[in-house]
Design a binder for this molecule. Structure first.
Ligand code: SAH
Length: 233
């Protein structure tokens, strides 16, 4: 008897909790699906990355007109001719650098701030540089609201961020014709950098750069398409 009396309040509480969670984040289901189909389904198995991508509200990183498409399998425009990378590319690049909880990571090309958010979920400290002031400032605003381990700077990422070097890993999210020497310089020995290399507006190669005791090695990973790496005048 007592049990039955308790069942109804219990079910009511469950119902309220579930609907509250859904009203809190109407995209939760879409995000779960995105991780299953586009990330895990395509071979990203790093558990921390899968969990981070399920946690981070990607729709908050895109302009409101793009929100309905936030979990689609493609890059999206974020203004100023720039894009937020396709979810799979974010997962793949993150897996390549294999972030550890003690890592200090540098990102070049903050854009929407989404890749920085995924890194912030997994590493100790994230530094990110964006060349377009408006994008840098809006990403900074959102990232500051969500994390206390991300620092955004507006500037030309070609030169890296000397003051905080060396980095355990560097993620470059704009396509460069060559690998900027200052970035290799600022990588820790044994550290990894992932960078799209090739001509702008064409297919580029995503490259893995590994810093050695002397010099560095490079390896081609997959063909990609990124917006161009710009230079400040
Ligand atoms: N990581 C971003 C992807 C943004 S697209 C995201 O998750 O949304 C790449 C970004 O690199 C663009 O915003 C572009 O303005 C920026 N960028 C291009 N050249 C740069 C440079 N030299 N230094 C810093 N940012 C640069």
């Amino acid at each position: 008897m007592l049990r039955r009396k308790m069942l109804i309040p219990f079910l009511l509480t469950m119902l309220i909790t579930v609907s509250f969670q859904q009203s809190q984040d109407p995209y939760a289901e879409k995000r779960k699906q995105m991780v299953e189909d586009q990330i895990r389904g395509r071979g990203v198995h790093h558990r921390g990355i899968l969990e981070a991508m399920e946690r981070v509200a990607r729709h908050r990183f895109v302009p409101s007109a793009q929100r309905p498409f936030a979990y689609h399998d493609r890059p999206l425009p974020i203004g100023f001719g720039q894009t937020i990378s396709q979810p799979y590319i974010v997962g793949y690049m993150t897996q390549i650098i294999d972030p550890r909880p003690h890592y200090k990571v540098l990102e070049i090309g903050t854009g929407s701030g989404y890749q920085a958010a995924i890194l912030a979920e997994l590493a100790a400290q994230v530094y990110t540089i964006e060349i377009i002031p408006e994008l840098g400032h809006s990403a900074e605003h959102l990232l500051n609201e969500l994390y206390n381990n991300v620092i955004v700077k507006v500037g030309d990422g070609y030169y890296g961020w000397e003051e905080h070097a060396p980095f355990d890993a560097i993620v470059v999210t704009a396509a460069s014709g060559t690998i900027p020497p200052p970035l290799v310089e600022q990588l820790k020995e044994g550290g990894k950098m992932v960078i799209p290399v090739g001509s702008p507006y064409m297919t580029q190669q995503l490259m893995l750069v590994e810093k050695k005791k002397q010099g560095y090695t490079t390896r081609s990973l997959i063909p990609v398409r990124f917006v161009p790496f710009r230079r400040s005048e």
